[in-house]
Ligand binder design. Structure first.
Ligand code: PMP
Length: 403
């Protein structure tokens, strides 16, 4: 148990192995993750050995990079257990993937009925639907959550009806650290022929996911939370669901033919990747997936569980600390009675401890909770018990100072 608290993966992440005095304690992996050497080397190589645009030129460098880029599409397909790499669209981020859906489905969706989300969604999975609902005159229905921080299934069963056109929920909450009953909610949506969208931004990092088994229409995530560079996101769609999307961004390499009046667009994925993609970042995502595939995911889960247990035990031992919901894995949010979360995070920042105070892009959720914010500690495979010790020492000092 004790050795589980020491991370065998730590040394793969150079940013976390800087032993100078201002050593970084990184407890903000839900915001973004540090990158392993494999990813850094891949990007360096790409620029050192020559970059090129893809799907265009015939010279050897361009064909090599195009092949590498398309290999990553296949790697992502395998990673998600998608049936075909044609079901994977490269976007910029989770946010862009959801916006693509909200614009791409606008003509397909009827003008009556409702869109269902949950009360714990990140703004990225709220605002695009809120705005789409306004444009279409659809009702936005918000599923409540239980005290544990889990979408209330019983209520979901009454609110998802034959009027529901689309259901969009997250796999794992970025505030409660709870896994959501996505399988059941996808089934409910199916029962009424509603489309289902899963925001996997947090979930994919900690939970191996099989989109074919889940049977969702769409699944999205961001590379940067999965140890890859910023600038690449994923939109997976079932074959029959992707054809419901209208093209949304127009430009180079997404068009079969064009004249001044009309154009014929490619189907997914290329028809939804207008302009030059973040090629280096996509290659980096491939390296991140290679890195993860080379690890034992069960060991990673056990390690993260052991750390979360240590974190939760430590928090609950301190009086006046309240943990939000009942976290399952990798992240915990809490508040301290009588203390402002940002005062705590400022004091910890002085010791180079990276945590997040605030509303974590979930303002309506915090309004529901009646809180002005919370402190979030989020972990990944590279954290160890020393990081938590460092955090608790600094937290105790901060509490003493503010009392
Ligand atoms: N959904 C969830 C659950 C998230 O945690 C985040 C990132 N905090 C996002 C969506 C948005 O991700 P990105 O900023 O990479 O688009």
């Amino acid at each position: 148990y004790k050795t589980l608290l020491e991370s065998p993966w730590r040394f793969d992440f150079p940013a976390l192995c800087n032993f100078s005095n201002d050593k970084l304690t990184w407890l903000d992996s839900a915001a973004t993750t540090q990158k392993p050497n494999m990813v850094i080397d891949c990007i360096t190589q790409y620029y050192q050995q020559g970059c090129a645009n893809i799907h265009r030129a015939q010279y050897p460098l361009a064909t090599k990079i195009t092949r590498g880029f398309e290999n990553v599409r296949q790697k992502v397909a395998d990673f998600l257990h998608a049936q075909s790499s044609d079901q994977l669209i490269f976007t910029r981020s989770t946010t862009e993937s959801i916006n693509l859906l909200a614009y791409g489905l606008e003509s397909y969706l009827p003008n009556t009925g409702n869109i269902v989300i949950s009360a714990l969604e990140h703004h990225a999975n709220l605002l695009p639907w809120q705005q789409l609902a306004k444009r279409k005159g659809l009702k936005l229905i918000v599923l409540p959550f239980t005290q544990e921080g889990i979408i209330d299934l019983e209520i979901a069963e009454t609110l998802i009806t034959n009027q529901t056109r689309l259901v969009a929920i997250s796999q794992m909450s970025n505030v409660f650290g709870t896994l959501q009953p996505i399988k059941q909610i996808i089934e409910l949506a199916k029962k009424f022929n509603a489309l289902s969208v899963i925001d996997g931004a947090q979930g994919i990092v900690h939970h191996p996911t099989n989109v074919t088994q889940l049977n969702c229409d769409f699944y999205v995530f961001s590379g940067h939370k999965l140890f890859a560079p910023e600038g690449v996101g994923i939109l997976y769609g079932k074959a029959g669901s992707l054809t419901k999307l209208n093209h949304w961004q127009f430009g180079g390499e997404m068009v079969q033919s064009a004249d001044y009046e009309t154009a014929q667009f490619y189907p997914a994925p290329l028809g939804f990747e207008a302009g030059t993609s973040a090629i280096g970042a996509v290659l980096g995502l491939g390296a991140a997936i290679d890195y993860l595939n080379a690890q034992n995911r069960t060991d990673i889960t056990a390690h993260e569980q052991a750390l979360i247990h240590q974190l939760l035990t430590g928090l609950l031992q301190r009086k006046s600390i309240h943990v939000l919901g009942n976290p399952h894995s990798s992240l915990v949010s809490f508040y301290i009675e009588g203390m402002h979360p940002s005062d705590i995070s400022h004091l910890l920042a002085e010791q180079n401890i990276a945590i997040r105070a605030g509303q974590h892009c979930c303002m309506p959720l915090y309004q529901t909770l009646g809180l002005n914010g919370a402190i979030r500690v989020s972990l990944a495979l590279y954290n160890n018990s020393a990081d938590l010790q460092c955090f608790f020492d600094a937290l105790d000092k901060a509490i003493e100072l503010l009392t």
